[in-house]
Ligand binder design. Structure first.
Ligand SMILES: Nc1ncnc2c1ncn2[C@@H]1O[C@H](COP(=O)(O)OP(=O)(O)O)[C@@H](O)[C@H]1O
Ligand SMILES: [Mg+2]
Length: 461
């Protein structure tokens, strides 16, 4: 189904988000402030906190007091428009932490501020107002009403907010477009596929126009492909509506994909807060290190993160002499050919160009191989890998209209698959694996002539 999310995950948007995250703290007031907040389940709460302060573990405290530390000493701020992700294993306190933000759970100690208001002090009436107008909550199953129509479900949240029928309808229809379900408003929820239901759920959460959305593992029950779709759709929409989102997940890839910043929890405590890049680059302790070491970089990193500017390009209308000369100067044995709008036309080899010169041909045409495989900026490195099988020349990264945005060279790809350069071996291994998969049998047909004509690595930029 042609929804907006199918456009793919905007990696450029991800980079921009990191930059925003880095600058935000200096320029904006936080919209949520959680100050040294703890939640203890059970009766001997103060004793439990006292024991924690003196260094006892969560398990020891549970044995001694029968009380459970849900959250301990959480301290962080969330800024307007930010996607703040809370991640951790099951039981680490994510849901509890999320719920203290809208006072579904009262903290045993510590303070929560929303827009500067200390929310434990607001009256019950004010709290109802806040929950209705300011802060929405989305759960895994979105709580859709099965026997109502799609439009009714979307406008349900607005009804609760006391918005007029005509306005509700208008707003619901707009949101329907946003999630790629235009024209399906009159269908019953029971008539929809799992992925479509999820879109309705997302639409309902967005239609309410609450400034803050608390989302507790909303995509965790979905199968991986639909899940990826929903993540993309969510990012896409968030790019426009710019809500403040606190998003709980136990999936590291999801956290790194969605979060401006990510808080990692262990046994009720936040062990690190940082941008996805910071967390991968500088894990705060051994726990985080172990937690992130399973990340499949090939899945998380995209072509865009490792691409570079091509050293030179050839224009379709140029002659072979002039192009060959530039290639010599830049030390290239292949060159990408573009039209006057820098849209990729093909690739040309120095050898073929030399032949054109010998034949005194005025134009490049005969030397252009037009059948080039390309990738997009957001293609995961895992999918870029196979393009290097049987060739060590760079792979072109193209944008809209096949516009040449950059190239991925083999060395950078391998480096992108690993965290540290001494792990480059593991990148090489992944490439070897793909090669083996691609070639199938041991005695597969020999690779085409390109490989033999190959210049040394990195030369073909
Ligand atoms: N209502 C409750 N009563 C007692 N213990 C609870 C309650 N809710 C959560 N806990 C405990 O608090 C800890 C954190 O739980 P939770 O926030 O649900 O973790 P997560 O969402 O990360 O899986 C766990 O040890 C859990 O057993
Ligand atoms: Mg939970």
């Amino acid at each position: 189904m042609p929804g907006r999310g199918d456009r793919g995950c905007p990696a450029s948007c991800r980079l921009a988000r990191e930059r925003v995250a880095e600058n935000r703290e200096q320029v904006q007031e936080p919209i949520i402030r959680v100050e040294d907040c703890s939640v203890v389940f059970g009766r001997r709460a103060n004793q439990a906190l006292e024991m924690r302060r003196s260094g006892k573990t969560k398990a020891e405290i549970e044995r001694a007091t029968g009380s459970t530390i849900g959250v301990y000493g959480a301290d962080f701020e969330v800024y307007p428009g930010e996607i703040f992700v809370i991640i951790g294993l099951s039981g680490s306190g994510k849901s509890t932490l999320l719920r203290v933000i809208n006072r579904l759970i009262e903290p045993t100690a510590g303070k929560i501020y929303l827009d500067g208001d200390y929310i434990s002090e607001v009256s019950a009436k004010q709290l109802r107002q806040i929950r209705r107008k300011k802060i929405g909550m989305v759960f895994q199953h979105f709580g859709l009403l099965p026997n109502r129509t799609v439009l009714d479900n979307i406008s349900f949240g607005l009804e609760v907010q006391g918005i007029s029928a005509s306005e509700r309808r208008k707003s619901a229809e707009e949101t329907l477009d946003m999630v790629g379900l235009q024209g399906q408003g009159e269908k019953l929820i029971t008539e929809l596929s799992g992925g479509m239901k999820q879109r309705v759920g997302l639409a309902r959460a967005l239609a309410t126009k609450q400034e803050i959305l608390l989302m507790d593992e909303p995509f965790s029950a979905l199968d991986p492909l639909i899940r990826r779709d929903m993540q993309n759709l969510f990012l896409d929409i968030q790019g426009e509506v710019k809500r403040t989102v606190v998003f709980v997940t136990h999936d590291l890839d999801e956290a790194l994909t969605l979060g401006h910043r990510v808080a990692i929890m262990k046994d009720g405590e936040i062990v690190q807060i940082g941008t996805p890049e910071q967390i991968l680059r500088e894990p705060a302790d051994e726990y985080v290190e172990r937690f992130v070491e399973d990340v499949d970089y090939a899945k998380v990193r995209t072509a865009e993160t490792v691409m570079v500017e091509p050293k030179e390009v050839a224009y379709e209308v140029e002659g072979p002499r002039v192009v060959l000369r530039r290639m010599r100067q830049a030390g290239l044995s292949t060159i990408f050919v573009v039209d006057d709008e820098r849209n990729l036309v093909g690739v040309a080899e120095a050898e073929d160009l030399a032949r054109m010169v010998e034949r005194d041909e005025p134009r490049l045409d005969g030397a252009i191989e037009r059948n080039v495989t390309t990738v997009n900026g957001d293609t995961p490195l895992r999918e870029v890998l196979p393009h290097f099988v049987g060739q060590s020349g760079p792979v072109a990264v193209v944008g809209e209209n096949n516009r040449l945005r950059g190239v991925v060279v083999r060395g950078a790809l391998i480096a992108g698959l690993t965290t540290a350069s001494d792990l480059a071996e593991s990148g090489e291994r992944q490439l070897e694996e793909v090669k083996r998969e691609e070639s199938g049998e041991e005695n597969a047909a020999p690779e085409n002539g390109r490989l033999q004509r190959e210049a040394p690595d990195g030369e073909r930029i």
